[in-house]
Design a protein around this ligand. Structure first.
Ligand code: MG
Length: 264
C-alpha cells in the first residue's frame, strides 16, 4: 500500500529540513555576550568542549574510571603493609576478619562507586549488624551498616557521616541484596595547620540522594566530636573490617579535576 502525504505535510517537512540544515551551518557560540566573572570566557562563548564519557551502569564502569575491584583480584588493595587478605569468590570479595583494607592509590577529590551486600542470615543488632565503612583519605567514614529494620543511633546508621550526620533518608535494601553507593567526595583544604575548607560529600544510596554537599566536622571519631588535623592533598580509600562478613563488588573511581577557568 502506498502512503501519500498531503502536499502541506511535504512543505512542512522540507521547511523543517532546511531550518535544521541552517542551524547546523550557523556558529553555535556567541561573541557579543559579556565575560563570565572569574573566567576567561564569555557567556555562551567559545571554550574547550567537555570530553565525552560513555556512561556506565551497575554492571560496567564508565570508560574513564579506574577500576579498583572488578572481581578478579585484590591487586589494588593492601591491608596495612601486608597484601589484602579478604576472601575472593565469584565476582565479589568478602570481609573475613583479616583487617581493614586500603587502596594502594591515593586520591583527593573523586567520584566513587561500589556495591555491597550485608550478611545473611542477619546476626546481631545496632552497630553489630553488617557493620563496615568507606573511609575517604583513611579518615572520613561514610558508614556502611545493615540498617534495614535495625535500630541504632541515627548518626551511625547506614550512609551516616559516622558520629556527625544521619542520612536524609534510609534507602537500605534487605541483607543479602546488592546495594550501590555513588559518592562525590571533596577533600578538605588546609592553610598550614588551619582548616580552610572542610571535606564534603554528596551520596546516592541505591540511586537515592542521602547527602548533598554535606560537610564533615572532622576526622571520624567514636563517642567524641570529630576534629580536623591538617594532612596532605591525597589519601587512600579504606574499607572497614568491623568483624562482619559483608561482600563488596564493582568498585571504581573517577578523579575530579577542576573546571577550566582559562588563562587570565
Ligand atoms: Mg563502620
Amino acid at each position: 500500500m502506498t502512503f501519500i502525504l498531503p502536499r502541506a505535510a511535504f512543505v512542512t517537512l522540507a521547511l523543517a529540513a532546511l531550518s535544521f540544515a541552517a542551524y547546523q551551518d550557523h556558529g553555535v557560540t556567541y561573541d557579543d555576550t559579556p565575560e563570565l566573572p572569574g573566567q576567561a570566557y564569555k557567556v555562551h562563548g567559545e571554550r574547550p568542549v567537555p570530553r565525552v564519557v560513555t556512561p556506565g551502569n551497575a554492571a560496567a564502569a564508565p570508560s574513564d574510571a579506574i577500576q579498583l575491584f572488578d572481581g578478579t583480584n585484590l591487586d589494588e588493595w593492601r591491608s596495612g603493609d601486608k597484601p589484602a587478605g579478604w576472601d575472593l569468590e565469584g565476582d565479589f570479595m568478602r570481609i573475613n576478619g583479616t583487617g581493614s583494607i586500603q587502596s594502594k592509590r591515593e586520591f583527593g577529590d573523586l567520584q566513587v562507586h561500589l556495591e555491597f551486600s550485608c550478611p545473611t542470615p542477619t546476626k546481631g543488632n545496632s552497630q553489630g549488624r553488617g557493620n563496615s565503612g568507606l573511609f575517604f583519605m583513611g579518615r572520613y567514614e561514610l558508614q556502611i551498616l545493615d540498617s534495614f529494620e535495625n535500630n541504632t543511633y541515627p548518626d551511625g546508621q547506614a550512609t551516616a557521616l559516622y558520629g556527625q550526620w544521619p542520612p536524609l533518608v534510609n534507602a537500605c535494601l534487605p541483607a543479602g541484596e546488592w546495594s550501590s553507593l555513588d559518592v562525590i567526595f571533596e577533600a578538605p583544604e588546609f592553610d598550614g595547620e588551619d582548616l580552610k575548607t572542610p571535606a564534603r560529600v554528596t551520596v546516592l544510596h541505591n540511586g537515592v540522594l542521602v547527602h548533598h554537599a554535606k560537610e564533615f566536622l572532622g576526622a571520624t571519631a567514636h563517642r567524641s566530636v570529630a576534629k580536623y588535623a591538617a594532612h596532605g592533598e591525597r589519601g587512600h580509600l579504606q574499607l572497614q573490617d568491623h568483624g562482619n562478613p559483608l561482600r563488596f563488588r564493582n568498585i571504581w573511581v573517577r578523579e575530579m579535576t577542576g573546571y577550566d577557568e582559562g588563562e587570565k
